[in-house]
Write a protein that binds this ligand. Structure first.
Ligand SMILES: Cc1cc2nc3c(=O)[nH]c(=O)nc-3n(C[C@H](O)[C@H](O)[C@H](O)COP(=O)(O)OP(=O)(O)OC[C@H]3O[C@@H](n4cnc5c(N)ncnc54)[C@H](O)[C@@H]3O)c2cc1C
Length: 404
């Protein structure tokens, strides 16, 4: 009997989890496609931006990872342009692949509104490793320029970092940058220490999609770190040195970080399938496409809900991983000729890193923590995710070397 060919498009949190689960099934051929050669650990990027960790700490090599499994898994570094669902065909820049089962997990991209004049020319994003690297290099260059002018610098010379968007990524980056700037100048005894960080929030409180406990913890910590919070406001115009808000206030800006929303990937935009108003792929309760039951969509590119309660799920790495395990177990069922099984998909909680060794956490709806212990938990979750993958990469590296 021919083995069924299962393709995964996108090696993010969803794709990687699906891969590691499907790798346990014997009688399939498994293929992973990504336009990059690495898995980008977005959830850890705030440490990278603040110079706490290096590139290798926020990326996982996909070639060595795919070589680490006992069975054959093919990694294809390909930019997928579209999918012909009628012909079960994936079209990339270079070729076509034919699948029996397909998992769409191409994630999301930064949402840049055309209506905001000057935004596209004057922002920094963090949704790709390339952008995060450019951001870090530019930020360090700017800090260096400020130090270079130290002799002339008075206490009035301020360096303004503006962060637009007070969701998890905006809050974590604001807190970590504020802590970094404070420690950097303090440690080195520099005079030129005026780095202002402003967080623009379209709502009253940071982390608007989270509980009031998480919101209050974030607001308290950001205040403590000296982050200026502008609430109930949104950006209407961006110029090289300023940001204009809807109530016509103009803020000086040396560096703009844009974290004000995400939209599905370019690939998802190009797919001719049923989508939500926000452009996410609509799925049934087994996360299959509405019109194609051999195609699954998971992670940020799909509108996911708990199949048991129909409650909407937030677009997070945690949701992506839970959805991936669910889909992998049902692909296993299909291959084994069994019925699909419905499961409850429910996030276990929420963790935020809030600058330095400080965090906030809400777990299983009842455990609420803040301070070092919450930070420690967040770091443990990150390590528990990253370390096994790194271990596998080392095994894969060894396997490749042994073949030579
Ligand atoms: C700063 C920051 C902090 C965050 N913190 C947390 C957190 O603490 N906890 C949490 O749960 N979530 C967090 N998130 C959200 C989390 O990172 C996302 O929800 C998660 O990455 C979604 O996983 P995914 O697999 O759907 O997509 P992604 O991880 O974005 O992966 C998508 C993959 O698809 C690939 N791809 C895209 N288009 C194509 C194409 N055309 N062809 C081939 N490959 C393609 C990409 O290269 C990428 O590898 C954070 C996000 C950010 C930006």
């Amino acid at each position: 009997m021919n083995k069924k060919r299962v393709y995964i498009i996108g090696a993010g949190y969803a794709g990687i989890k699906a891969l590691t689960q499907l790798a346990k099934i014997d009688n399939i051929e498994l293929f992973l496609l990504d336009k990059n050669s690495y898995h980008y650990l977005q959830t850890d990027v705030y440490d990278y931006l603040a110079g706490m960790v290096n590139l290798a700490d926020v990326s996982v090599d996909l070639y060595t990872l795919c070589h680490s499994f006992e069975r054959n898994i093919t990694f294809l570094q390909e930019n997928v342009l579209r999918v012909d669902f009628e012909k079960n065909s994936i079209i990339t820049e270079h070729t076509r692949y034919t699948y029996d089962y397909l998992i769409l997990s191409s994630g999301a991209q930064t949402m840049l509104l055309d209506s905001i004049e000057g935004l596209k020319d004057n922002f920094h994003g963090i949704k790709s490793l390339g952008n995060a690297l450019a951001f870090k290099q530019r930020f360090e260059q700017n800090i260096f320029n400020k130090l270079q002018s130290e002799g002339k610098c008075s206490r009035e010379s301020t360096y303004n970092i503006v962060i637009a968007g007070a969701g998890l990524s905006g809050v974590e980056i604001a807190a970590q940058m504020a802590d970094y700037a404070k420690e950097f100048y303090k440690d080195a005894g520099y005079l030129c220490s005026n780095v202002d960080i402003t967080l623009i929030n379209s709502k009253k409180m940071p982390l608007p999609s989270n509980s009031s406990f998480m919101q209050k913890q974030a607001a308290k910590r950001l205040r403590q770190l000296g982050v200026k919070m502008i609430t109930d406001s949104h950006v209407t115009k961006v110029e090289p040195k300023s940001v204009t808000l809807n109530h016509a206030d103009k803020i000086d800006m040396d560096f703009l970080i844009w974290t004000a929303g995400i939209m599905p990937s370019k690939l998802t935009n190009a797919l001719d399938v049923k989508k939500s108003k926000r452009g996410q792929i609509l799925v049934d309760s087994f996360y299959r496409l509405i019109d194609y039951n051999n195609v699954f969509a998971i992670g940020d590119n799909a509108q996911l809900f708990n199949p048991s309660t129909n409650e909407m799920l937030p677009p997070t790495a945690q949701t992506a991983e839970l959805a991936a395990s669910y889909v992998a177990s049902n692909i296993n069922n299909i291959i084994a000729g069994k019925e699909l099984v419905k499961q409850s998909i429910k996030p276990r909680g929420f963790l935020a890193s809030l600058g330095g060794r400080y965090g906030a956490a809400e777990l299983f709806e009842s455990i609420k923590l803040s301070g070092f212990i919450a930070y420690f938990l967040k770091k443990s979750v990150e390590k528990n995710y990253k370390n096994p993958l790194r271990k596998k990469c080392k095994e894969g590296y060894q396997n490749i070397m042994n073949q030579k």
